[in-house]
Design a protein around this ligand. Structure first.
Ligand code: SPD
Length: 425
C-alpha cells in the first residue's frame, strides 16, 4: 500500500427517511459496518437532533466511521477512514447502502498519508515515556479509553489503558482490560465478569453464605466460575473434601491464569477437580444426591450461559443435591435485569418450594447499577438465617481476613428493600 490509510467519502441518496431519523438503528448499522469490515470498535457516540437528523461517530482501532443524516431529503453523508490493510472500507460502504435502503450511493476514495511524501521522524515512544511522567509521577498513558457495558437505557463505563487479552473462543469473546480504577478486568461478550479490585464481594458472598449455613458440607460443585474466584473462596473451608468445577471455556481459564492471577490462584489446588466441559451435561450425568453445595457462577443469561437459566437445568441441580443440599446462583440485578430476576425466583420456587428460596444482595461497583443478587435454595431445611452460626461465621471471617463477608453481612444481606420483595412475591 502506498499510503497510510484509505478514506472514502460517501453519499447515500433516496434512503428511507424513517431510517435516517432512527438514531438507534443508525448507530447499530454504523457499528455493524465497522465490524463486518473487520474493524475493532473502541467506542461510539450518536446523537438525535430535534426535530430530526442524526450525527454520530464510531471510533475504531483503525480510525473512524462518521455520519450525518438529513431525513427530510433521505440523504446521509458518511466518512469511512481506515488505516492499515486489514480493514476494507468498501465492505462497510455496501453494508450501509443496504441498511439505509439507499436507492443509490456514490463515493470517492482518497489515499491518506501518501508514502512518497512521508519521511520517517525520530520518534521513540519508549524514550518519550521514560523522559516524561504525569504529575503524580506515574508513567504517561499511551491510551485513555473507555470500556462501556450497556443495555438500551443504562451504561456503565470504566476507563482503561488498553486490552491485555482478546480472543474469540468457541463460545464467546473473552477480553481482559487494564482498567485505571479496578485493575485488570475480565469481560465476556462485552459484559463485566470480574475485576481485581472488587471481585472479593461477589466471590465471598457466593461461597461463604452456603458453606457457613450447611451443617457439614463435604462435596461442592461450581458450574462456570472459570476465573477461579469462587473456587479460591470455597477452598478456604478445610472441611470440604472435594470441589469440582466445570467451566465450558478454556480461554476464560487461560486469560485469568495469565492476567488475573490473584483470582485464579487456587486453580491448581489439590482438592480442586477442574473440568473443562459443558456444565449442563455434567449435571445431567452426575449421580443423585452427590453434592452438598452447588454454586452456579454463570455469566448473564445470553450466549453460552442461556441454558443455565432453564427450568430443566435447575431440576437436575435439585436432583444431584444431597438431602441437606444448597444451591446458590448469581441471580442478576433486580434493577438492571428485572425481568430475568423475577423469572429466576419463580422457577426456583417451583422446584425447591417457595419457602426454601431466599434472595440476598451485595454491592458490586463494576456490575450494572451496583446492586447484585444471589439466590439461596435449600433442598432440606437449612435456613440461611435460622441455621447459621454467628460465632462460627465471625471466627471464619476474622481468621481468613476476608474483605466483605462477615457475620453481620451474612444476616443483613437477606434484608431486602420492599421493591425487591415485591418482585419476588
Ligand atoms: N453481569 C455480571 C454477571 C457476573 C456473573 N459471574 C461473574 C463471574 C465471576 N466469577
Amino acid at each position: 500500500m502506498a499510503s497510510l490509510g484509505r478514506h472514502i467519502i460517501v453519499e447515500y441518496y433516496d434512503c428511507a427517511p424513517e431510517i435516517m431519523n432512527d438514531v438507534v438503528l443508525i448507530q447499530e448499522s454504523m457499528e455493524g459496518a465497522a465490524e463486518i469490515a473487520g474493524a475493532t470498535i473502541i467506542n461510539s457516540t450518536f446523537h438525535h437532533f430535534s426535530p430530526y437528523g442524526v450525527s454520530g461517530v464510531v471510533v475504531i482501532e483503525e480510525s473512524h466511521l462518521a455520519i450525518h443524516t438529513w431525513p427530510e431529503f433521505g440523504y446521509a453523508s458518511v466518512d469511512i477512514f481506515t488505516c492499515g490493510e486489514a480493514v476494507d472500507p468498501w465492505i462497510s460502504y455496501q453494508f450501509l447502502k443496504k441498511a439505509f435502503k439507499a436507492d443509490h450511493g456514490s463515493a470517492v476514495e482518497l489515499k491518506r498519508g501518501e508514502m512518497a511524501l512521508l519521511t520517517r521522524k525520530e520518534f521513540d515512544v519508549k524514550q518519550l515515556r521514560d523522559d516524561k511522567s504525569s504529575d503524580d509521577g506515574s508513567p504517561i498513558r499511551t491510551k485513555d479509553i473507555w470500556f462501556t457495558e450497556r443495555d438500551d437505557k443504562i451504561a456503565l463505563s470504566l476507563k482503561h489503558d488498553g486490552k491485555l487479552f482478546d480472543v474469540q473462543s468457541d463460545f464467546q469473546r473473552v477480553e481482559v482490560y487494564n482498567t485505571q480504577a479496578y485493575g485488570n478486568m475480565l469481560t465476556l461478550d462485552g459484559m463485566v465478569m470480574t475485576t481485581e479490585k472488587d471481585e472479593y464481594v461477589y466471590h465471598e458472598m457466593i461461597t461463604h453464605v452456603p458453606l457457613l449455613t450447611h451443617p457439614n458440607p463435604k462435596r461442592a460443585l461450581i458450574i462456570g466460575g472459570g476465573d477461579g474466584g469462587t473456587a479460591r473462596e470455597m477452598l478456604r473451608h478445610e472441611g470440604l473434601d472435594e470441589v469440582v468445577m466445570v467451566e465450558i471455556d478454556d480461554k476464560v481459564i487461560e486469560a485469568c491464569r495469565e492476567y488475573l492471577p490473584s483470582i485464579a490462584s487456587a486453580l491448581d489446588h489439590p482438592k480442586l477437580n477442574l473440568i473443562v466441559d459443558d456444565g449442563i451435561k455434567y449435571v445431567k450425568e452426575a449421580a443423585n444426591g452427590s453434592f452438598d453445595v452447588v454454586v452456579v457462577d454463570s455469566t448473564d443469561p445470553v450466549g453460552p450461559a442461556e441454558g443455565l437459566f432453564s427450568v430443566d437445568f435447575y431440576k437436575e441441580v435439585y436432583r444431584i443435591l444431597s438431602d441437606d443440599g444448597i444451591m446458590i446462583t448469581q441471580s442478576e440485578s433486580p434493577r438492571f435485569n428485572n425481568k430475568v430476576f423475577k423469572e429466576i425466583y419463580e422457577v426456583y420456587g417451583s422446584i425447591f418450594g417457595k419457602d426454601k428460596v431466599h434472595c440476598y444482595l451485595a454491592y458490586i461497583p463494576t456490575y450494572p447499577t451496583g446492586m447484585w443478587s444471589f439466590s439461596y435454595s435449600a433442598k432440606g431445611d437449612a435456613h440461611p438465617l435460622n441455621d447459621f452460626n454467628k460465632e462460627k461465621s465471625k471466627k471464619f471471617s476474622d481468621e481468613q481476613d476476608l474483605s466483605y463477608y462477615n457475620e453481620g453481612i451474612h444476616e443483613s444481606a437477606f434484608a431486602l428493600p420492599n421493591f425487591v420483595k415485591k418482585m419476588i412475591n
